[in-house]
Unconditional design. Structure first.
Length: 283
């Protein structure tokens, strides 16, 4: 009887989270935007299959906040190298994947890693012709190159943008987006203070450093970039973080006092670098 009763008992049902549960939503979101595994073609890919001829360098602009133009998320964001717009993810349910299908734009760059992919196929592209785009997105400097920036020879060696317009790295204009000229003058001044400039140019912030510090370093590298696509730089991404960090005290829409902004920025950078009220604590 015990064996019969045991056999008649219904099997235990696996616990399934309700469709509307928070766990289900999170899992669905991860599946939607999670990167699919890199597709590595077994045969050599022809250059025509890479769509590299569709890349439009003239409209690429990496100076703005790196957020998806649809979801406004800054997680796992890719830039379309055809139209310049930003989209999240590259999986089958992502906005980048959908953009590739509907707009016939196929070449995307990861805005954090600078790796380039062809969508919707999903395979990575490694081509020497893309190196200039990666450098504009994330310029790098060596100690040797930085030491020459303060020498007189730097002033007689202009660089040239895509339109063959000459410019001097470090002396490019900062776009006046709305009423941020009082902040632009302070930014330019600080980026010509050699010890601070060299520290920012040689930095490699990839961890949990404060966002303001990381964006200021990124702006410094753009201002001193000898390989710009256009001979001016927008401080938009940095000033957006200034607005957040200052709780709206320094905003693009309002004219302010440059001296007040200088004091606030220096104090904030001092704290971000681990400084305190003791002398030389942030060196």
């Amino acid at each position: 009887m015990d064996e019969l009763a045991e056999s008649e008992r219904p099997a235990k049902r696996a616990k399934v989270a309700p469709e509307n549960s928070e766990a289900s939503k999170v899992q669905t979101l991860q599946e939607d935007y999670e990167d699919q595994e890199d597709f590595m073609p077994k045969e050599n890919v022809r250059s025509s299959d890479l769509y590299l001829d569709t890349i439009n360098r003239a409209i690429l602009d990496f100076d703005f906040e790196k957020v998806c133009s649809v979801s406004l998320s800054n997680v796992n964001t890719y830039g379309c190298l055809v139209c310049g717009k930003y989209f999240q993810g590259r999986g089958r349910k992502s906005y980048a994947y959908s953009h590739a299908i509907h707009e016939d734009h196929h070449v995307f760059i990861n805005l954090e890693t600078t790796k380039v992919y062809v969508l919707p196929d999903g395979y990575p592209v490694s081509d020497p012709s893309l190196e200039d785009i990666s450098y504009v997105l994330a310029p790098t400097f060596t100690r040797d190159s930085v030491t020459h920036l303060s020498s007189p020879t730097h002033l007689v060696k202009p660089s040239y943008d895509l339109s063959s317009k000459a410019y001097l790295p470090g002396y490019v204009g900062l776009n006046n987006i709305k009423r941020n000229d009082h902040m632009n003058v302070i930014i330019h001044s600080l980026l010509h203070v050699s010890p601070l400039r060299d520290f920012l140019l040689l930095s490699d912030f990839r961890g949990k450093e404060p966002e303001l510090l990381k964006r200021f370093a990124a702006l410094a590298k753009k201002v001193w970039n000898p390989r710009l696509f256009k001979s001016q730089v927008s401080p938009h991404e940095f000033l957006q973080e200034v607005n957040r960090a200052s709780a709206g005290k320094f905003r693009l829409e309002h004219q302010g006092d440059p001296v007040e902004f200088l004091g606030w920025l220096l104090n904030h950078l001092h704290k971000d670098l681990g400084g305190n009220k003791k002398k030389n604590s942030s060196e």
